[in-house]
Design a protein around this ligand. Structure first.
Ligand code: ZN
Length: 412
């Protein structure tokens, strides 16, 4: 498919209207790479067309981050400057609708000391976390993608040239976000989100107390669920203004947060994981009493260990998500090196921060209150894929009855 202005326009409208669902009078905070300035202009215009009060743009630039990490001192990078904190304070006040366009080169941080990267991330996240908590559930946000040359070349190293690689990545992205020349993406998204909501409603009606995972690759795992916590998918509602928005485009998953510290067994990853721009591959994590006690990786062992030791919550689960193997992301058949896509390929779990909004009235709970009810807390949230083609998952009802949820990698 040729990437015309009309296709791009359709995509921009979908992001602003269906994804972020920008409301009249809202401030919009757009985060996008300087390389995608033309698309940024399209998005800004769409936001104003639906009545945005003001669109602020946070420009990102891979090379800037890379050079800073290579040359600046760790202490300098770790410091959150007063103006940065001021900006977060303003955000708590404005509760802007946030649009993030990802296009990073997956190798942007190659060669950067991973210890430096994670220490900087850790210190900054600790300072910024109270602000993040203060806006959680109270603003709309959406993450969508736009291919950059370097990202596309990483996904398609065999492509004839850069242009060809970008076109291939565009086609894959547009397939996963259901945009093509003929269709009405808004209508297609309605049908898609309806299907996801129907499955989520079924799961909620079952009231499972735990899930059991089994696969021939060695996955043998049980996780306990929080009584009354909801399965959610596709979209969610801003508790302040009631606007329905879709945080991820694409999205295929139905997820919940399990009880932090209540799981047992081994999860074997079926796809490589790109974390802090580096690859962890061929890995498994073993849990005892709810905590990751050991891990093994063919590639990135040190990185994986670092990840699960970022803080106390980094060794516990914050999310379990169900995605059938028929997902268009999975059908694309390649690794996107980007969680937004890769986590929508198949079933996954995440170590780190859980989602307090899955609890009844969760948006109004403080993180401390959410933790008391079993939600995990951490400065990280990292998804890894466990959805083998033969994966079976059983739901366990409180009375012990087993109900098939997944068979052969898809809905039973
Ligand atoms: Zn997920």
């Amino acid at each position: 498919m040729k990437i015309t202005d009309s296709i791009l326009g359709k995509y921009a409208r979908l992001i602003v209207r269906t994804g972020a669902n920008v409301q009249p009078g809202q401030v919009v905070q757009l985060t996008i790479s300087v390389e995608q300035h033309a698309f940024a202009a399209m998005l800004m215009e769409e936001c104003y067309k639906v009545g945005a009060k003001k669109v602020n743009v946070d420009w990102t630039f891979d090379t800037q981050s890379r050079l800073n990490y290579l040359y600046a001192e760790q202490e300098v990078l770790a410091k959150v400057l007063p103006w940065e904190e001021g900006k977060m304070k303003q955000m708590v006040e404005d509760l802007p609708c946030r649009i993030f366009i990802v296009s990073e080169d997956p190798d942007a941080m190659a060669g950067v000391d991973p210890q430096k990267l994670s220490s900087v991330m850790q210190s900054r996240a600790t300072v910024l976390k109270p602000y993040r908590n203060a806006i959680e559930g109270k603003h709309q946000w959406v993450i969508a993608a736009y291919p950059s040359v370097k990202w596309a070349m990483k996904c398609f190293p065999e492509a004839a040239d850069a242009e060809d690689a970008v076109e291939q990545l565009w086609n894959a992205i547009l397939k996963t976000v259901r945009v093509n020349e003929e269709n009405d993406p808004v209508a297609d998204w309605k049908a898609h989100t309806d299907f996801i909501e129907e499955k989520a409603a079924w799961l909620n009606a079952q009231g499972f107390s735990s899930l059991r995972y089994k696969s021939a690759n060695g996955t043998d795992f049980t996780v306990d669920l929080i009584p009354g916590a909801r399965w959610e998918g596709a979209g969610t509602v801003n508790s302040v203004n009631g606007a329905f928005y879709i945080p991820n485009m694409p999205t295929e998953e139905i997820f919940t947060s399990p009880i932090a510290g209540k799981c047992e067994g081994t999860l074997v990853a079926v796809k490589p994981l790109s974390w802090n721009s580096q690859i962890i591959d061929g890995f498994s994590i073993t849990f005892e009493n709810g905590k990751a006690v050991s891990c093994r990786a063919e590639k990135g062992q040190a990185l994986l260990e670092q990840m699960i030791h970022m803080d106390e919550g980094a060794s516990m689960l914050g999310e379990v998500a169900l995605v059938p193997k028929e997902s268009p992301v999975n059908q694309c058949g390649f690794l996107f090196y980007e969680t937004l896509f890769d986590e929508n390929a198949c079933c996954h779990c995440a170590v780190g921060m859980g989602f307090k909004e899955v609890l009844p009235g969760g948006d109004d709970l403080t993180m401390e209150q959410a933790k008391e009810q079993g939600i995990n807390d951490s400065i990280i949230h990292v998804d890894f894929m466990v959805g083998a083609d033969d994966l079976s998952i059983d739901g366990v009802r409180p009375d012990g009855t087993l109900v098939p949820v997944f068979r052969e990698g898809t809905w039973a």
